[in-house]
Design a protein around this ligand. Structure first.
Ligand code: PAF
Length: 283
C-alpha cells in the first residue's frame, strides 16, 4: 500500500495511474476503522482498478470540541486492516495540508437537506463535511466514492453537492454494518462504557419495532411511542426520533405510497452520541 501525506505526492501518483486508464474508487474515513469501513473498501475493490482511502479527523465538522479531541485514533491497527483488504493507497494529510491557512468551512446550500435532523442539532456540521469531501474530490478526482448509509443524511447531502457543483464522481451508498446485537458499527462505539455498551442495542430494537408499526400506526403515534420508551430508559437519552421521506429528509405526518421513508434516531449514551436509521416498508 502506498501512503501519501501531501496533495502534491498523491496527485502526481494518481495522475500517472489515470494516464494508464486506471479507475479510482475512494473511501473517505476519519480512521478507527471497523468492518463497516472494510465493506466499503471491498465494494470499491470490486468496481475500480485502484482504491484510495483517506484517514483525516476533520476539525470543521465537529460542533463539540470534546468529541473532536477524544475521537479514537488507531492508525497502526487501521494500516493493518487496510493492508488485509488490499487497499492500494492511503492518504493521511495534516489539517494544514487540507485547509492551508484557515481551518474554516465553506458555506453550502443543499436545498434544505442541511436543516433537517443532524443539521438542527450539529450547527455547521454539514458545511464541514462538504468542505473536506469536496477538497478530497478535487485532489483525488475519483470515479466512484463510497459512503455508509448509517450517515444517511450525509450521503444525501454529498449526492446533492455533486449534483450542484457538477462534479464527475459517482456516489455509492452502502448498507449499514451491525454488531450481532444490532448496534450499528461506528468508530465512536469503542468509547462506550461497559454499562452503555450493554444498553445501546435498545436503539436497534426500537427501530425494528418502528418498522413493524409503520403499517399500523401513523407517524405521530409512532414518534410518541418511541419518546415514551426512551423516557422509561434510565441509561440512554433520546435526542431526536423522526420518520422522514428519503429524498427531502423532511418529517411527514401522512405516508404516500410512491415515497420511501426511513426512521432516524440520535441517542446519547453518556457523552457518546450515536445515530442510526432504518428503511421502512410502505405496504
Ligand atoms: O463519515 C465520515 O467519516 C466523515 O464525515 C467523512 C465523510 C470522512 C468526512 O470527514
Amino acid at each position: 500500500m502506498n501512503i501519501f501525506n501531501t496533495k502534491k505526492e498523491i496527485k502526481s501518483y494518481l495522475t500517472a495511474q489515470k494516464q494508464k486508464n486506471k479507475t479510482i474508487g475512494f473511501v473517505p474515513t476519519m480512521g478507527a476503522l471497523h468492518k463497516g469501513h472494510l465493506s466499503l473498501i471491498k465494494e470499491a475493490k470490486k468496481k475500480n482498478d485502484l482504491v484510495v482511502v483517506s484517514i483525516f479527523v476533520n476539525p470543521t465538522q465537529f460542533n463539540n470540541t470534546i468529541d473532536f479531541v477524544k475521537y479514537p485514533k488507531t492508525l497502526e491497527n487501521d494500516t493493518k486492516l487496510l493492508n488485509s483488504v488490499l487497499c492500494d493507497v492511503l492518504f493521511l494529510p495534516s489539517a494544514e495540508e487540507i485547509y492551508t491557512q484557515n481551518i474554516v468551512s465553506d458555506k453550502f446550500d443543499f436545498d434544505g437537506l442541511e436543516h433537517q435532523m443532524e443539521g438542527k442539532h450539529r450547527k455547521g456540521h454539514f458545511d464541514g463535511v462538504a468542505t473536506v469531501v469536496k477538497t478530497f474530490f478535487e485532489i483525488i478526482d475519483p470515479d466512484i466514492a463510497y459512503f455508509g448509509q448509517k450517515d444517511f443524511q450525509q450521503l444525501q447531502i454529498i449526492k446533492k453537492m455533486v449534483q450542484k457543483h457538477r462534479l464527475n464522481t459517482k456516489i455509492k451508498g452502502c448498507p449499514i454494518f451491525r454488531e450481532n446485537d444490532g448496534l450499528a458499527m461506528s468508530s465512536r462505539n469503542t468509547r462506550l462504557t461497559e454499562t452503555h455498551r450493554k444498553a445501546v442495542p435498545f436503539i436497534y430494537k426500537i427501530l425494528e419495532k418502528v418498522r413493524e408499526q409503520f403499517n399500523v400506526d401513523n407517524t405521530l403515534e409512532i414518534t410518541e411511542w418511541v419518546e415514551d420508551e426512551f423516557k422509561k430508559n434510565t441509561t440512554l437519552e433520546l435526542e431526536y426520533f423522526t420518520i422522514a421521506e428519503e429524498k427531502t429528509l423532511k418529517s411527514e405526518k401522512n405516508k404516500a405510497s410512491d415515497k420511501k421513508y426511513r426512521a432516524f434516531i440520535a441517542v446519547f449514551a453518556g457523552e457518546i452520541r450515536l445515530i442510526d436509521n432504518l428503511q421502512l416498508k410502505n405496504n
